[in-house]
Design a binder for this molecule. Structure first.
Ligand code: TRP
Length: 345
C-alpha cells in the first residue's frame, strides 16, 4: 500500500485556440477521472509565459481554458480548478527542483529542442526550465497520476527522476523528520491511447494543432454549429468508400482520423463505427459525423460562451480553487523547507 492518496494532477496551457484534440484527448479524460480520484486541474499560465504572450490575450485565454473545463463537466467544487500563478509555491518548488535536476537531464528534453528550434541562444531561460516547473506542479500535490498527451511522456520521466533524486539526496533528513524513505511519490503518467490522438482535418499525418496556419485543419471549441459542419464537409479524404474492417484504416490516415473522431465523440470503438458505416461513401459518413459533432460540442460551446461572457464568475472560481490548492501546496512547501534546511522563522 502506498502512503500517498490517489490524486490526479494535470495542466493545460492558456495559449489560445482550444480544439477538438484538446477536448477529446485531454479535457474529456479529466472529466472522467473525477469519478475515481481527487483531481487538481491547473491552467498553467506561468508555463505559457515561456513564449511571448500578449498580456490581454493571456488573461482571456486563461479564462477560456477555465470555461472549457467547467463547460465540459469538471466540477470545481468537488475538485480543484485554478491558475498556476495564483499559487506562488509552484515557483518556489520549481527553484528547488532547478537545483536538483542536472544540466545533462535537461539538455535531453526533446520538447525544448523542438520549441527552441535553431535559434537556441534566443530561447527564454524559462523555456529551458519548463520541465522543472512542470515537476513542481505535479509534486506539490504529491500527485500519483497525471493524464497527459504522448508528447509529455519525457517530462513525466524527468518528474520521476527529480522525485527520486530528491528522496535520495535528502534521505537522512527525511528519516530524521519522520517522512520515511519517500517524500515525493513516483507519479504515473496516464497516456492518451491512439484512439484519442486527433489529427489535422487537412493532413491525417499531423496532429491537430492550435498553431496550424489553416483554421480548416481543426475544430475549435469556440466554433459554432455552421463552422463545425463546414470543416467536416471540407475535411480531406481519399476517394474510396470506408473500408469494412478497422485494419484497412491503417493505410488511410484521413479516413482513420474521421472514424476515430466519430468513435471518441460517440464514446464507442472504431469497430462499432465501421460496423455501421463500412462500405459507405464519405458523402454519407461526413453528414453523420457533422451531426454527431454538433450534437456533442454545441452544449459545451454554449456553456463556454455563457462563462466567457461572465468573467467575474470565472475569476471567482479560479480564486476559490487557488485558495484550496494553496492549502495543499503550502503544506508541502513547509515540509520541503524543513527538509532542505531553510529557516522558516
Ligand atoms: N506541459 C504540459 C503540456 O504542454 C502542460 C503542463 C504543465 C502539465 N504542467 C503540467 C501537464 C503538469 C500535466 C501535469 O501539455
Amino acid at each position: 500500500m502506498s502512503k500517498f492518496v490517489d490524486r490526479v494532477f494535470s495542466g493545460v496551457q492558456p495559449t489560445g485556440n482550444l480544439h477538438l484534440g484538446n477536448y477529446l484527448g485531454a479535457i474529456k479524460k479529466f472529466v472522467a477521472m473525477q469519478a475515481s480520484h481527487q483531481c487538481v486541474y491547473c491552467v498553467v499560465d506561468m508555463h505559457a509565459l515561456t513564449a511571448w504572450q500578449d498580456p490581454t490575450e493571456l488573461a482571456a485565454n486563461t479564462r477560456e481554458v477555465t470555461a472549457a473545463f467547467i463547460a465540459a463537466g469538471i466540477d470545481p467544487k468537488a475538485h480543484i480548478v485554478f491558475n498556476q500563478s495564483q499559487v506562488a509555491e509552484h515557483a518556489e518548488l520549481a527553484w528547488i527542483f532547478n537545483c536538483v535536476a542536472r544540466m545533462g537531464w535537461m539538455n535531453r528534453m526533446t520538447q525544448f529542442k523542438e520549441k527552441a528550434g535553431k535559434d537556441r541562444e534566443n530561447a527564454s531561460v524559462g523555456l529551458f526550465a519548463y520541465p522543472t516547473l512542470m515537476a513542481a506542479d505535479i509534486l506539490l500535490y504529491k500527485a500519483t497520476h497525471v493524464p497527459v498527451g504522448d508528447d509529455q511522456k519525457q517530462h513525466l520521466e524527468l518528474t520521476r527522476d527529480i522525485a527520486a533524486k530528491f528522496n535520495n539526496d535528502f534521505g537522512e533528513q527525511l528519516e530524521r523528520l519522520g517522512h520515511g524513505e519517500q517524500f515525493f511519490p513516483m507519479t504515473e503518467p496516464l497516456i492518451e491511447g491512439p484512439a484519442t490522438r486527433i489529427m489535422s482535418l487537412r493532413d491525417g499525418s499531423k496532429k491537430m494543432s492550435k498553431s496550424d496556419a489553416s483554421d480548416l485543419s481543426r475544430i475549435n471549441l469556440t466554433d459554432d454549429a455552421d463552422a463545425i459542419a463546414k470543416k467536416i464537409r471540407k475535411a480531406k479524404t481519399d476517394p474510396a468508400p470506408l473500408p469494412d474492417n478497422v485494419d484497412d484504416l491503417a493505410a488511410r490516415p484521413e479516413a482513420d482520423n474521421l472514424v476515430g473522431i466519430y468513435a471518441a465523440l460517440a464514446e464507442t470503438a472504431k469497430e462499432q463505427v465501421i460496423g455501421e458505416y463500412g462500405g459507405r461513401e464519405f458523402s454519407a459518413f461526413k453528414p453523420a459525423l457533422a451531426d454527431l459533432a454538433v450534437d456533442k460540442l454545441s452544449p459545451v460551446n454554449a456553456e463556454m460562451r455563457r462563462l466567457t461572457d461572465d468573467p467575474a464568475t470565472v475569476d471567482a472560481t479560479l480564486r476559490e480553487g487557488a485558495a484550496r490548492a494553496r492549502e495543499i501546496a503550502a503544506a508541502t512547501m513547509a515540509e520541503v523547507r524543513d527538509i532542505v534546511g531553510f529557516i522558516r522563522g
